[in-house]
Design a protein around this ligand. Structure first.
Ligand SMILES: NC(=O)c1ccc[n+]([C@@H]2O[C@H](COP(=O)([O-])OP(=O)(O)OC[C@H]3O[C@@H](n4cnc5c(N)ncnc54)[C@H](O)[C@@H]3O)[C@@H](O)[C@H]2O)c1
Length: 293
């Protein structure tokens, strides 16, 4: 019998046929792109978000029939709500194979400053959502995955979990801890065929960031990438889909950067003029010397 199709399930590779995915923070930005990518390849997706209308809008965009997607309003920091999320996935779709821990307390980042100025309540709330919330989701998902013979988890980290910054102390620490949580999970449950990887995006232009960062700020950030364009939610979703799929069947415990090369070069790159053609034979140091001396 032909599988039921929906508006975005045309011309697909079907890597997620028969799979059930939970994506947190799937109402907007990167999470939404991940939910769409999984659904596009035949997966059934539970779209979980603290914003009910955003979650519903995402399922509407998936355009699925009732048994292919489900919207659920919940806060990942709330243990009862997390338990209810996975109970719902189990009841509605019969289990969980894939989990994308994408939700983060992004609303706190403007108040998340340098160590001496930092309000400890912001630190606690950031850890409660980004780190403890992710742990809660993993603890619910692992037994369901074991019952299905295995599964795959992607935790949404950040380049800020890999390098220091002048602000966002709590956010960065929560993302660095998330990298280790991913490695621990991969180590402890690999024997049960559960893989876990972290994805660390650089600057990804979501609607939220487009509203927040003016062109001047975007240009400033882009100068520090190697590729001359901004990252898009779909770029991250493609990597997440790869890591969730059997194409990545032997990859676990990794942190994969997706940042247009932001963390891959010497710090003087941007100051030196960021194309090879713009540089003299002496390289970045000579170019920088010419510009600034
Ligand atoms: N956009 C970037 O440049 C960037 C860079 C590095 C890492 N990230 C990471 O990617 C992930 C997604 O970021 P984004 O930029 O797409 O964010 P976004 O603000 O566009 O979307 C986040 C979604 O998560 C939901 N959400 C927030 N708190 C929640 C909670 N407690 N429970 C459930 N849902 C919640 C929001 O309602 C929203 O729909 C985050 O983990 C973020 O740290 C983003």
């Amino acid at each position: 019998m032909p599988r039921k199709t929906n508006a975005i399930q045309e011309d697909t590779m079907g890597r997620f046929e028969g799979k059930v995915a939970v994506v947190t923070g799937a109402g907007a930005g990167i999470g939404k792109a991940c939910a769409l990518a999984i659904a596009r390849e035949g997966g059934r997706v539970v779209v979980a978000d603290i914003d009910a209308s955003a979650a519903i809008a995402c399922t509407t965009q998936i355009g699925a029939e009732a048994d292919h997607t489900l919207a659920l309003a919940m806060d990942i920091a709330d243990a009862q709500a997390v338990a209810a999320l996975f109970e719902t996935a189990q009841r509605h779709f019969g289990g969980v194979d894939l989990l994308v821990n994408n939700a983060s307390a992004m609303h706190l980042t403007p108040r998340d400053c340098a160590i001496l100025d930092l309000d400890l309540a912001v630190w606690d709330q950031t850890m409660a959502t980004n780190l403890r919330g992710t742990l809660l989701c993993c603890r619910q998902a692992i037994p369901l995955m074991i019952a299905r013979g295995g599964g795959a988890i992607v935790n949404m980290s950040s380049c800020q979990g890999l390098s220091g910054d002048t602000a966002q102390t709590s956010y960065a620490a929560s993302k660095a801890a998330l990298n280790m949580l991913s490695a621990s999970l991969a180590t402890q449950y690999g024997h049960a065929h559960i893989r876990c990887n972290a994805v660390a995006p650089g600057l990804i232009m979501t609607e939220r960031l487009l509203a927040k960062l003016d062109e001047c700020m975007q240009r400033h950030l882009r100068r520090h990438q190697l590729l001359p364009r901004v990252g898009r939610p779909e770029d991250v979703a493609a990597l997440v889909a790869f890591l969730l799929s059997d194409d990545a069947a032997f990859i676990t415990g990794q942190v994969v950067c997706i940042d247009g090369g932001m963390l891959a070069h010497v710090p003087t790159y941007a100051d030196g003029g960021n194309s090879a053609a713009a540089r003299p034979a002496g390289g970045i140091a000579e170019a920088a010397a010419e510009q600034h001396c």
